[in-house]
Ligand binder design. Structure first.
Ligand code: G3P
Ligand code: MG
Length: 511
C-alpha cells in the first residue's frame, strides 16, 4: 500500500496547481513553467483523486468507471454474516428450509467407545504391574455420593457443552485450563462424580473416532464418540435422502471416508471430477498421486443429487468452480447448463457457517463461512438469483436439538438416567455461533477470551448470559459453584472419611 506523507500531499497540490494554471493560461497545455504554489492551503484538491507521488513521468492514473465499493453485500444473505440474536430470533434457520438430523440416538455405526485409563483421565499416576487403584477410589466415591444425596442430585441435573477450538485447544495445541476443567468434570471433585459434558464443535474433516482419539491425547482426558458432535455429524441423516453426492472439503480423502461411515452410497469428490476432465479446473496442478487415488468416471452421465460441503476447502479455485458447475447444471449433470437455474438446481449443504476460526496464527483465520459467502456472491453474479442453501452447525437450531439427543443418551450411559439435565452450560469463544445458539436454545452461555472473542466486557450483539471468563476453567468453576454451592471443592480427597463427611445421621445409615 502506498503511504502518503504531508510532503507528498504538498507536492501533489503543487503539481495540480501548476497543471490548473497552465491549462488556464495555455489551452494547449504545453507550458509547465507558470503557476504558483499556495503553500499549506489547497482547497480545490479532491482527496479521493490524489495523484501517485513521484515524478511527472511516472504512472498515469485512469479514473475508474465502476464503483470502488464492493458489490458483495447485495449478493449475500446477511443473516449468515451478522447473526445477531435480534435478527435471528424469528428465523427457524438460515432461510427457512428443514435440516434433517438423525432421528434419535446416535447411530451405532458411528460409535466407538474410547476410554483411556480413568486414573490418567483425572491426573493420577498408574502403577505398572500393580492392580489399578480405581476400584477402591470408586467405592470411596460412591460412599461420599451416598452421603451427599442432595448435591449429587444437583450435579446430575447440570451439564456442559464445550466448544473445542478456542476453548480447549488451538489447532493441535492444548489450552492448559481445558485439561484441568475436564479433570474436574471427570471425577476430580468432592463427590468423585462424573458431571455430564458433551463436545459441540463446528470443527470438521475427519471421522469422529479419529478426532476423539486425537482430542483424548491432547486433552489428556477421555473423549468418547458418544459425547461428541462435529459440524457434519448430524448430516449423516442426509444419507437417507440422496444417493449420489458431491462431498467437498477436508484433507485428502478424509471427508469421503466420513461420508462412507455416515452411510452415503455413492460419493463423488472434486478430485474424481478433475481426473475425468482436467480442463474443468484450469488452475489446478493435478499430481500423479492424486490421479492414482481418484475415482474418475463419465460425469456427463451421472446426476449429482446434492452437494455437501463437509469441511474447509483446500483449493478454493477448483472447489468453487466445480460447485458452481454442478449448481448451474441440469439436475447436477456436468457439461449441461440448466435453462432455469432454480428449478433444476441441486441442493447444497454446508456443515457450518463460521466466518473465522482461531488457529495457531495470531489472528483468527477465514473458515467455511467465508468460502460460502464467496460462493453466494459468485452465484448471484453469474445467475442473477440468490443461492438457496442449508447451513448446519452452531448456531443452527438443528445442531442444538441434536446436541439434546446426544446429551440425553450420554446421561443414560453415565448415570443410567436417559433425560436432559435442566441446567446446561455452553462454553464458547465465538459469540456469533456458540453464544447466539446457546442463548436461543435457552442454555446458560459462557464466553471465554481464549479464542475468537477479543472484545470488552461482553459481546455487544450476542452477550453471554452467564458471563465472560478469562478461560474455560474459570467458566466451569463458576457454573459448578452456582449449581452446587460456593464451597464446592474441585478436588476429590481420597483420604476423606465418608463417616465424617456431610450429614452424620445419613452417614451412619450407610455404615
Ligand atoms: O470454525 C471452524 C471450527 O474449527 C470451529 O470449531 O470448536 O470452535 O466450534 P469450534
Ligand atoms: Mg470455538
Amino acid at each position: 500500500m502506498p503511504m502518503f506523507e504531508d510532503y507528498d500531499l504538498a507536492k501533489a497540490v503543487e503539481r495540480q496547481e501548476k497543471k490548473n494554471a497552465s491549462t488556464n493560461n495555455n489551452p494547449n497545455g504545453n507550458d509547465h513553467t507558470s503557476g504558483q504554489s499556495t503553500g499549506n492551503t489547497h482547497p480545490h484538491v479532491d482527496p479521493h483523486s490524489l495523484p501517485i507521488p513521484g515524478d511527472d513521468d511516472g504512472p498515469i492514473e485512469v479514473p475508474a468507471t465502476r464503483s470502488s465499493i464492493s458489490e458483495a453485500a447485495k449478493y449475500m444473505h446477511n443473516l449468515s454474516v451478522s447473526p445477531s440474536q435480534k435478527e435471528r430470533r424469528g428465523s427457524r434457520n438460515s432461510f427457512g428450509a428443514a435440516l434433517p438430523i438423525p432421528r434419535s440416538k446416535r447411530q451405532s455405526r458411528l460409535s466407538s467407545v474410547h476410554y483411556p485409563d480413568e486414573n490418567e483421565a483425572i491426573g493420577r499416576p498408574t502403577r505398572p504391574g500393580m492392580p489399578p487403584v480405581q476400584p477402591s477410589r470408586a467405592i470411596l466415591a460412591s460412599q461420599v455420593q451416598s452421603v451427599e444425596v442432595e448435591k449429587v442430585k444437583k450435579a446430575k441435573n447440570m451439564a456442559f457443552a464445550f466448544d473445542i477450538d478456542g476453548v480447549l485447544v488451538h489447532g493441535d495445541r492444548l489450552i492448559p485450563e481445558g485439561r484441568r476443567a475436564l479433570e474436574i468434570l471427570n471425577g476430580d471433585n468432592e463427590l468423585g462424580l462424573r458431571i455430564p459434558h458433551i463436545f459441540l464443535t463446528n470443527g470438521s474433516g475427519k471421522p469422529e473416532k479419529d478426532r476423539c482419539e486425537q482430542l483424548s491425547r491432547i486433552l489428556q482426558n477421555p473423549v468418547n464418540t458418544e459425547q461428541f458432535i462435529q459440524s457434519h455429524t448430524p448430516m449423516s441423516a442426509l444419507a437417507e435422502y440422496y444417493n449420489t453426492v458431491l462431498v467437498v472439503g477436508g484433507e485428502g480423502y478424509k471427508c469421503r471416508e466420513v461420508a462412507e461411515l455416515y452411510g452415503f452410497k455413492d460419493i463423488v469428490v472434486p478430485n474424481d471430477i478433475v481426473a475425468w476432465d482436467e480442463s474443468i479446473a484450469p488452475y489446478r496442478v493435478f499430481t500423479e498421486e492424486e490421479r492414482a487415488s481418484s475415482r474418475p468416471r463419465d460425469f456427463s452421465k451421472v446426476n449429482i443429487e446434492a452437494i455437501l460441503v463437509f469441511s474447509d476447502s483446500r483449493d478454493y479455485a477448483t472447489d468453487m468452480q466445480i460447485i458452481m458447475d454442478v449448481l448451474r447444471a441440469e439436475n447436477g449433470r456436468l457439461r449441461t447448463l440448466a435453462k432455469d437455474p432454480v428449478s433444476s438446481r441441486v441442493p447444497i449443504y454446508f456443515s457450518q457457517g463460521d466466518l473465522l476460526c482461531p488457529t495457531e496464527h495470531w489472528q483468527p483465520r477465514m473458515s467455511q463461512g467465508a468460502f460460502r459467502i464467496g460462493l453466494e456472491a459468485m452465484y448471484r453474479a453469474l445467475t442473477g438469483t440468490d443461492l438457496e442453501r442449508v447451513v448446519y452447525g452452531k448456531p443452527e437450531m438443528a445442531t442444538y436439538k441434536y446436541a439434546d439427543e446426544v446429551l440425553t443418551s450420554w446421561m443414560g450411559q453415565l448415570h443410567g438416567e436417559e433425560r436432559l439435565p435442566e441446567n446446561i452450560y455452553m462454553i464458547g469463544d465465538n459469540p456469533a455461533s456458540d453464544i447466539v445458539g446457546g442463548n436461543m436454545y435457552g442454555w446458560n452461555t459462557c464466553l471465554v477470551r481464549t479464542g475468537v472473542f477479543q472484545g470488552g466486557d461482553n459481546d455487544e450483539n450476542n452477550p453471554a448470559n452467564f458471563g465472560v471468563f478469562p478461560n474455560v476453567l474459570e467458566a466451569v468453576q463458576a457454573a459448578l459453584r452456582k449449581q452446587l454451592g460456593d464451597d464446592f471443592k474441585m478436588h476429590f480427597d481420597e483420604s476423606i472419611n465418608p463417616v465424617l463427611h456431610g450429614d452424620k445421621a445419613e452417614a451412619a445409615a450407610i455404615i
